[in-house]
Design a protein around this ligand. Sequence first.
Ligand code: MHF
Ligand SMILES: O=c1ccn([C@H]2C[C@H](O)[C@@H](COP(=O)(O)O)O2)c(=O)[nH]1
Length: 283
Amino acid sequence: MKQYLDLCQRIIDEGEWVENERTGKRCLTLINADLTYDVANNQFPLITTRKSFWKAAIAELLGYIRGYDNAADFRALGTKTWDANSNENQAWLNNPHRKGTDDMGRVYGVQGRSWRKPDGSTLDQLRKIADNLSRGLDDRGEILTFYNPGEFEMGCLRPCMHTHTFSLLGDTLYLTSYQRSCDVPLGLNFNQIQVFTLLALMAQITGHKAGKAYHKIVNAHIYEDQLPLMRDVQLKREPFPSPRLIINPEIKTLDDLETWVTMDDFQVEGYQHHDPIQYPFSV
Ligand SMILES: Nc1nc(=O)c2c([nH]1)NC[C@@H]1CN(c3ccc(C(=O)N[C@@H](CCC(=O)O)C(=O)O)cc3)CN21
Ligand SMILES: O=c1ccn([C@H]2C[C@H](O)[C@@H](COP(=O)(O)O)O2)c(=O)[nH]1
């Protein structure tokens, strides 16, 4: 939690104002942030200085793992986070590749589970990683990437957290996740949970201990309409200790994640938090 608050403070102290054409809003912007999560000791990086809707963040991750391309499927899992980008951004609404209401196009999990090869067949990046790690193999290329510049125009948004690299040292699994663009008040609240949970889940289904997760962010920003709430409300609060994430031990394979897992298979213990804060969202 301290590292999150330190990053917010650093953006306020050292950030520079940058115009953003896509949203039409200015952002206070900092380049380069490194966050580390202690998955081995179950220090769940849940924001405590406001109420965090952590189930929505895990639902979003599960949707990526399943390769969903539709905001309705995300809603069925328990998150509305893709409603705006799939249905309210004019550039995407005008895009001939959009297949109708709720379509997100070829983003995130679509690339992760069915990357298109030149011969027309598809590649399942996550299945290959899960299979290798389950056999105790790290080929130094256990990389799940959603970043496919050749298909950017076929999706509603370029992926923000775009690449996850898994590494095996002995019987301990590590994760390094890269993010090109980070809405620190809203997006990072979810992305921290997702990086932590992705490592915890992959360790569990491949039969390894979880080590640390490293989260590398390039452009970390606060939108101008979020700044007063961050500076004058959230940063004035004292954090509480980290809660713990409990994952159903019956989740044992990638197939389990793809078929029967729901948000009921995740619990949080010891979550003390301050009141919610509603940050403005930019589409
Ligand atoms: N501007 C922007 N920021 C983002 O963080 C973001 C995007 N766009 N577009 C794609 C996804 C969607 N994400 C989202 C979208 C909405 C919330 C949000 O509204 N969160 C609220 C409450 C969520 C709830 O009630 O479930 C929050 O207070 O955290 C968070 C992340 C993250 N990403
Ligand atoms: O997982 C996510 C997804 C998105 N965001 C934020 C980062 C930016 O504020 C916007 C995306 O805008 P771009 O113009 O494509 O950079 O969404 C996030 O923080 N986390």
